[in-house]
Design a binder for this molecule. Structure first.
Ligand SMILES: [Fe+2]
Length: 362
């Protein structure tokens, strides 16, 4: 049985059997000594108000799987307050108080609190995390340690929810599909808001070789990440296998496509590898880092199938819960995967819209 510390030396290819889309890129889960950096590639800034938005966003995701959203209309003061609240919440609560909300699987998603070095079984990530899905906002008392933060972070998810359809419509337009194909599926869809608290690194943590957050690809359709203040996010350019240091202006939102999107777009929009590295400046390693990405999913009963406007599909249709938990069982253990007995009965004629439904557990 591999341990988390083995993950400091592991590569993604050690876990490739779990993947639900093509991932030929090979990289160490932690940072390695022999890596190269791409100083040329600039992730595109896409203004949501521009008439060329669909083309700009499609080109950005097609090229690298990441874009920077501007003109999104979300008040940047919300992001400043969110950062302060994450710091306050993780510092105020004792480990015992946080562990009362320890993460468990609800539907497709492992939801709740993740202690430091326990984000996954693969690697000892130097971060504490806390994931809140839609049900956490419907039943805040069951999922939030206090009502004030539940109410505040609901404003963030509502603001980001307003961006979901415009983003999806832009991508469908870019691909030549009916722009509204996913409107129903994504109205009231599930999401995961993840609060990340990266404490100051101790000398021991620094020397261990562990990453702040291991190299990975997001499993979702796409992720909104309000530009963090502290250096760390790096993305892997598959064309040259060099790492790109993300540097997005404050107030913008970093958007990246995930495994669901790579699957339905037949690999046109890649699920790009990214990680959180240690800051280069040793002084910054002693500082706390905060981020709060929001992952957008389809409900677990939906089918993920290659979009009808794309010829020669590489992938058969798959139920979202099976796809999702099959991949994330690399993080949480083989027992985590949900096998759908119904899956074999599904045919490509079946319309995913007919499978509409809430999460089975809510
Ligand atoms: Fe991620």
């Amino acid at each position: 049985m591999p341990t988390r510390d083995d993950g400091i030396r592991a590569t993604n290819q050690d876990f490739i059997r779990y993947e639900g889309v093509d991932k030929r890129q090979s990289y160490h889960l932690a940072e390695a000594d022999d890596e190269q950096f791409d100083e040329e590639l600039q992730v595109r800034i896409c203004d949501m108000r521009a008439p060329t938005f669909a083309r700009d966003l499609g080109d950005a995701l097609r090229e690298i799987g990441f874009a920077i959203l501007d003109g999104h209309g979300v008040d940047p003061a919300l992001y400043d307050e969110a950062e302060a609240r994450v710091l306050e919440m993780f510092r105020r609560l004792t480990l015992e108080e946080k562990m009362r909300f320890r993460a468990q699987r609800h539907g497709s998603i492992n939801q709740g609190y993740f202690p430091i070095k326990e984000t996954s079984n693969m690697h000892p990530d130097l971060v504490e995390g806390w994931v809140f899905c839609r049900r956490a906002f419907e039943r805040p008392r069951d999922f939030w340690p206090d009502a004030g933060n539940a109410a505040f972070f609901e404003q963030i998810v509502r603001a980001h929810e307003r961006l979901i359809l415009p983003i999806m419509q832009a991508l469908l337009t870019y691909l030549g599909c009916d722009a509204h194909l996913y409107d129903a599926k994504l109205t009231g869809t599930n999401f995961g808001l993840r609060l990340n608290y990266y404490p100051p690194m101790s000398d021991g943590d620094d020397a261990s070789g562990a990453a702040r957050l291991l190299g990975h690809e997001d499993v979702d359709l796409f992720t909104f990440l309000p530009a963090p203040r502290t250096e760390g996010l790096q993305i892997l350019n598959r064309r040259n296998m060099k790492w790109v240091r993300m540097d997005a202006p404050r107030g913008t939102i970093i958007l990246n496509s995930g495994d669901y999107m790579q699957r339905i777009s037949n690999d046109i929009f890649p699920s790009t590898t990214h990680r959180v590295s240690k800051p280069r400046d040793p002084a910054q390693r002693r500082a706390t880092r905060v981020s709060f990405p929001m992952a957008v999913y389809v409900w677990e009963e939906e089918l993920l199938e290659v979009l009808p406007c794309i010829e020669s599909p590489k992938y058969p249709p798959v139920k979202a819960i099976e796809f999702h938990t099959g991949i994330t069982s690399k993080f949480y253990g083989d027992d985590y995967a949900v096998k759908s007995s119904k899956l074999s009965a599904l045919s490509s004629q079946e319309k995913p819209g007919e499978q509409k439904g809430g999460s089975p557990e809510s």
